[in-house]
Each structure stands twice: as structure tokens, then as C-alpha cells.
Design a protein around this ligand. Sequence first.
Ligand code: ZN
Length: 998
Amino acid sequence: MRSKNLSLSFFLLLSGALLLAGQFHYLPQTERKLVLDPERTQELFRDGQVQFEIVCKPGNISSSFAAQELADYLGQALDSKLTVLSQKSGTRPALLVGDLELALAHGINPAEMDLDAYVIRSIGQDILLIGSDSPNKHPLKVEASESGSLFAVYDFLERFVGVRFYFPGKIGTIVPRLKEWSLPAIDLCERPDKFYRKSYDISNDQNALNEEYGSSYRLASLRQKRMMSWALPTTHGLAHNYLVERFRDSNPEYFALTDKGLRHDGTQDLYTPSNKYGHVCFSSEGLKEELFQDAKACLLKQSPATRNMPYNRWGPTSVPGQSFCLTPNDSMYPCRCEGCWKIFSDFKPPRTYQRMSDFIWQYTCDIAVRLQSENVPGYVTMFAYNPYERVPNVEIPANMLVQVCFNGPWAVGESQAKQIALLESWNQKLGKRPWLWNYCIQRSVQKGIPHSTPRTIGKFYQQHQQLHSGVFLETETERWHFGYLNLYVLSKVLWNVNTDLEALLAEHYQLMFAQAAPEMQEFFETLERHWTVDITANTVFTEIGPVTHPPSQNDLWSKIYSPAETARIDQLFAVAREKLSADPAALQRLEFIRASLWQPVSEAAEAYQVALNGQNELFCLMPEVPPASISPDGYVTAEFWETVPPVWLLPFYGGKTPGAEIAEVSTRVRTARDQNYLYFQFDAEEPRTAEISHKQREKDGQVWKDNDLEIFLNPSADRKTGFQILFNTLGCIQDLRFEPGHNDAKWDSGAECRISIREGEGWQAEIRLPRKSFTDAAGKPIALADRFPANFFRGRILQGQAVHYGYSWSPYVQQVHRLESYGWIGTDPAMRPANIIEHGDFTGHYQPGRRSIGKFITNNAIPEENLDRKVYRSGGVSIRMDDNLDHLNYYLTDVIKPNTRYKLSFQIKLSNLQNISEWKGSGGCYLVLGWGTGKNLYLPQNNYTGTMPWTRQEFIFQTPEKIFTEHQRAVLQLVRAKGRAKGTVWFDDFRLTELPPE
Ligand SMILES: [Zn+2]
């Protein structure tokens, strides 16, 4: 499909003639061939003697690299040092890599074969390995360079030596040790069934990978994935054609008109990153002319300067002489001009409209048709993507190449059927198989869990092979190794759709884990089953495309990876380890897989448990209001509020950017209830009251844009149906009911709100919420549970800007509607989580000059500034330890018992805490539990040092038989080692509870 048209158009250009580019082939043209002649078998290695040579003529960087790879891996297999010769000796068989002259002499012309195709052929006693190579491009350094001879080498190593490339590095590469090696005569021609093969598998640990493996990402692509050599960009071309730079000032009418009458020219609504590239007006004939001229100049390989391109280069989605992308910018803004708006006006995500698709495709097809009529070679590319993914009622010209976007292998049921129907309709329209853009993204679906689903992915592209000519699979992941088998199988299936998946996977388990293959197969199949059946199956379509609703954290850790299930998997590894005790290589692979794919799951389970325990400790008392405490205006009196303990909101980053944890302003919340109402009182510190941003808004207006407070309640405690009430500092209210994947803005809370602002100090709000307004979607009343999940949020917006992402009561919230990460409202003080330590949140009595805070005590006066009222986790204060405060004691005599199990938890934060002790491990900061017997328990095992955001810690211990005497007290000691530490540590929220005996 490839070089014919490229080289053809090149010659035509040279000769000054312009003709239509050669036909772009969606289907393979080169015939696949494999003939082995055992009659002509040659012995190439025996008794440690190498009886062949590797030859590569110098001058071609790509084939030289290929020859070196061959020498390296074959050398490992034969335990011999192999070098690459620049010419044949003629005395023994030669493996000739990339010898174009020889190839042409035998009727093999790589330039006439399919892209990425190659030949391995015995010629006399020699074997030629060759594909099309970009002569001056190093395969590791240049994307979109052709490395056909390299693909030939890798295939040769796999077929005839038994090498396997599962993932980068020695552990993921199988190189068998050969005692002897013979080959039959070979006549092989191989090419991919699917020309379009790309993946985007960037991971959070990419830097670590690169450090470990060098340029692993590219090398892995080559060795393991053998992805398409070409660049054929199809997405967001209009974002990358420098329209903003070239036309913002001169031709504002090229850009989409906004609802405010402005132009979307890269200056509007920059919260959405893609908006900086602007959005276009699809009624602008002037822009259409410019785009035509751009495409024409690019496809004719004219200088970018002729089109006034900044930096004198074409945009990243333009490939001179080959393709020019006309796809609209991402998050496309529907232009409000008269011409566009009569088409777009009824557009409401997630629905897409036929006429919207017709309109946009007409615009781009006009350009393609004109290029065709002017005999401009090459192609324009378009992406069938929301909101214009429907097949348009527009003639698609032959020089337009189409990629279709939808969810892909993990979709099930109706969502799967919908995407296949879409794909079928595109096949019918084009009379060809488009290529796809699909998603198998781990990190946006479920953190901590590997998304290894090779069978599902392989089957999907096999099952629908008649409908596609390949895929760009987007597979971002937390850890690259989570998905290595997905990529391996994807590559094999795209190269050969008839690959026997079961055999391929069975071989992987056998080669990697030897005796332990059954256990590891069970492990990988367990990962796949949980991911596809229990985690991703619940997918719904939304305005931003398909969205998967993963299971709740509770379901994940109690039902899917339940303690019993994790114990079963631990046992698989234990059995596997036992079986491999005499096979160090396989054992090493097993341990690597355990550390890379299973350990993260165990860690995530543990972190969930610790966070869960922390969440369960978040308690907000909602006492009953005595009737006498209600004022004539129907709100609760200030005197009553004084008796209710508040909770404090914490600086919140939406789980995205861990940054400063300083509460610039404090926010306290109190709650109460009576038979008919729930009451909420907010006390918000705000020295900059004059700068508060808010607007008078209608009911259910966009209050979230204002300086606001938000209440999140799950009154039934079912962790499914939540209610959100937002109000701004003018008292305007927005409210909604939410369930997983669905918001119902029609719900009316009936809330009333009273706001008072104290200039330069802050503001107070009191909300009254009728209990009867809690109803389910069917209108059925929801009764208030005695104890139910809730959260509070403050958006601090000054001068139109969010000063901080916000303040949240629960620090465990990552997504505001995740009910299971909320704290608890309880109607009875007895529901308060137990704590043996009094005022563990440092809200106990303190007086400057004294040496105690509540029952925490030290040797000298505690400086007032060591009570930190800006950095805390509970109660609006924490204790900060630095050079002015090195320890605090809390005596436990009389409150703890001998021979009893306890759990101690607390919050700790470190800032550049250094151990400056000469004795290893004796500096930094730590805790001591002294039993009053001369014996101590030190926590944690290694002292705290470094920088760490607020982190909850939990320790379980058992007290000794004997714990204190008349003369010596039991004590909990917080220590920042005197003279042996530098830097700062904060402590907060100490809790000690007795546990039942084990
Ligand atoms: Zn327009």
C-alpha cells in the first residue's frame, strides 16, 4: 500500500507532472509465504563452534542496527561472541542483513512490498534477511522510519532461535541456550495483516523504566510490538495547523463565535487545555480556502514558508507529500454564527446529530475533492469522533482516509453492539476497512489493579477482523508492566489475525514460568476475569465518550479482591515459588511478576484499609435541637450552636496535585436536626471579603462558579443515592441528586439559606433543609439513617479566581460524588469513634508559658507558634515539632492494661526532616511506647525522615504482662530527636483504641 504511491508521486513531482496518488491499500498486497526445505538443512553451530558469519554492508544505519541485534541475541543463544562483518568471507554460510543489491538481483524489491514487510530467504548457502530500511535514520531515535530488516531479524530470532520479547530487559526476554543449531532452507515473506498498528502505552513509571532500560519505550515498540513504521496522523489536525498564530489578528471570522459573541481563537475558556488552539467556524469559506492551500502546499512538499507557517515548519499532524489532517480540535466547540448555529443549535451531548456530522464532513470533503480535482497527490485524514462520528450523507472522496473512534475491546453488551454497528456503517460507506482508535486505559478506570486482558484484546481484533485495518490502542497505565501481555498479544494478532491465542498464551506461561506455568496462568486469568467481568463491564455513554463506572472501593476490596481472593492468589505465588526452588531463572521471573503485578494490588488493599479506617474516624455530630433553640425566624439560635462541636475543612486538591497543605482560611461546620429539618452552620474565615466573587443566580444556576459552600449527603447510608446542595455567598442555591453515572438536576432540596458577611473577617451561613425533600428517583421518601455518609466543601473564589482548589471535610475524596470516601454524620455522641487519648487532636487546654496542651506535656514552656493553626488534620490545630519543641509525653498509666491489644493511629507530616546523627537510625523522628518497666516499643521500624504530606499511620501492638510500677509510668512519647534532627514534623489526631484479643 505504501511506497508505490510515495515513490511514484516523488517521480511525478520531479518530472513536473501531477497525477492522482497511487491507490492507498487497506488490505495487504504482498503475499505471505513460508516454505522450509528440510532436504537442504545446514548445520550452523555444533560443539561450541560457530559455523556461520553475520554480514551487513556498512552505510545503512537501520540495517546495521538490525545486524547488531541479530549478533547480540544469537550470541547469547549460542554463548558465543558474534561480530558483524562488513563483507562475506565466502568460506562459510552468511546471514546477510539488509543487502539490497543481493535482494534486487534475486527479484526482491522491498520498496514494492507492503509497509513493514520483509523477506528471509536462503540463497545458496547464505540466508538473506531484508525489508525496507530508512538508510539514514537510527531506528531507536526516529519515529516513522522504516526498519523492515530489523523486523526480519526479530522474526528470525523468534521462529528459528526461539527468542521471545515479552517486555524490555533480560527478565522479560527469553533467549534459549542452544547446544546445536541447524536450519532448513528458508523461503519466507511476511507482512502484517493490519497495516495500522500503534499503541500509546505511556505509564506513570516511564522515567524509572527509561532509567533502567535506556530508550526502552522505543526499543520495546520495536522488539515486542513491531508497530507501524509510518506516522499517519488523523486526530485534531485543525488544532495543530497554527491557525491561532496565523489568523487570530487578521481573520477573527475563521474562529468559532462563542455564546458571548467572542471568537474561540485560543484565548477563551483555557480551563480546557485544547482550547488554546482555538475552534473553527465551519461556515467560513475563507478558512476553507486557507486549509485547501495549506493541504495542497504540504502534499506537494512545498516550503512551509509559502503558507506563512510559524517556525517555517508544518504542524505535527501534517506529513509533507503524504497526508494532511483536517480533523477538528478536541472538545469541539459548536460555533454560534448564523450559518453554523442553524445546524448545531439542538446539539446536546452526549447525543450526536446526523446533520452535525453531515455539515462537518461536507466542509472537509469539499477540500479533499478540490485537491483531487487539482490532481494533488497524497491524502487528507479525518477522525470519526464525537460529535461527528456518524456516517455522513456526504460522498467521501478516495483521497480521504478515515479512522473511527470508539471504546473497543472492554465494551460489553449494548455498548459493544453500538460500537460495532457504527463500525459496520463506516465499512459500508467507505467500501473499505477504516482503522480504529480504541481505549484500554488502566489508570482512569481503577488505580492499583493491573489491566492485563490479553485474551479479550486479542479476541476482539480477531472477531472483527473483517471490519478494520488496524488500531491505535490508547493504554495509559500506572505501571507499564501491568499491560505487557496486552501489547504482546495485540502485536501478534495485528500481524497475523489467525494467531492461535490460546497457544500463544500457553507458550508465554511455559517459557516464562516453566514448572509454575499452571499457577501463573491462573494468576493472569484471574486478573483478566476481574478486570473484564467485575471492573470494566459497567460502561455508559456520556458527553465525553464512554465512561466506565468501576466498582465501589468497598466492592473492590470486599467482593472482588476480597481478603479470601487475595489469600488465594498469595497461595498461587507460594506454590509457584516452591515449584521453582531449583530453577533460578524462572524463579527470578516469578518474583519480578509478583513485585510488578501483584505487590501493587496488596499495597493498594492495605492503603485502602488504612484510609478507610481514617474515613471512619471522620465524625460530625448532628444533635437534636431542643424546640426552645429555634428562633422565631425558624433558624437555630447562636447559643445552641455554641454547644455543638464543629468539624474543620481541609485544603483539598481533588487528589490531583499534592501541594501545600496550608489552610489559608479556616472553615468550621456544625450540624443539627429536628423532626422536620436538618440544619447546617458554616463559619468561614475570610479576610478578603471585598474581593468575594459571586453572582445573583436563578435557582439551579451555576453556583459552583461562585464563592460557595457545598453539602453532600447520603441520608439513607446506602452509598448509592447522594444529594448535593450548593449555595453561594448571596444565598443562591443549586441542588441535585446523584447516582453513579447520573445527575438529576431536577431534584429540589427546598433548602433555605441565611448569609451574613462580616467585613474583613469572614462570613457565616445557616442552611435549613426539609427532611421530607429526600426522595429517590421514583419520588419515594428516603428515611434519614442514624449514621450516614456526608461531606462538606468550600470553594473560595476571589476576584473570579479559585484561590485554592477548595476545602473539603474528608481529605480522602478524589471525586466529589464518591460517597464511600465521605466522613460520617452521627445523631448520637455515643457513635463517636472511641479514643483512649483525650484531645488527641491537640484541642486540649493550652496557655502560653505553660508546658502542656491538654494532657500532652513536655519539659519547657510550649511556644504558641508550635500550635499550628494553619496546618492540621482535625480540630483546626496540630502540634509542630522543631528546634523549639523536641518531645511531648502522654502518660498512659491507668488507661492501658497489661497483655492487651491496642491500635494506635495518628497523622504525620514532614518537611525536610533530616537525620543528622552519627549513629545510623537514631535521628529524625519517632514514637516511643514506654511500659514503665524500662522496656520500650519504638515506632516505626525506621525513623521518619524526609518530606511527606499528611499521612495516616496505624500500628497494632500488644502490651506486655507487666506494664508499670508505682515509680515508673507508662507513656506515649512523640520524639524529634534532640540534636540529631533538622527540619519539621507535624503530628495530629492521635487515637488509641483497645482491640479484642486475637
Ligand atoms: Zn460558524
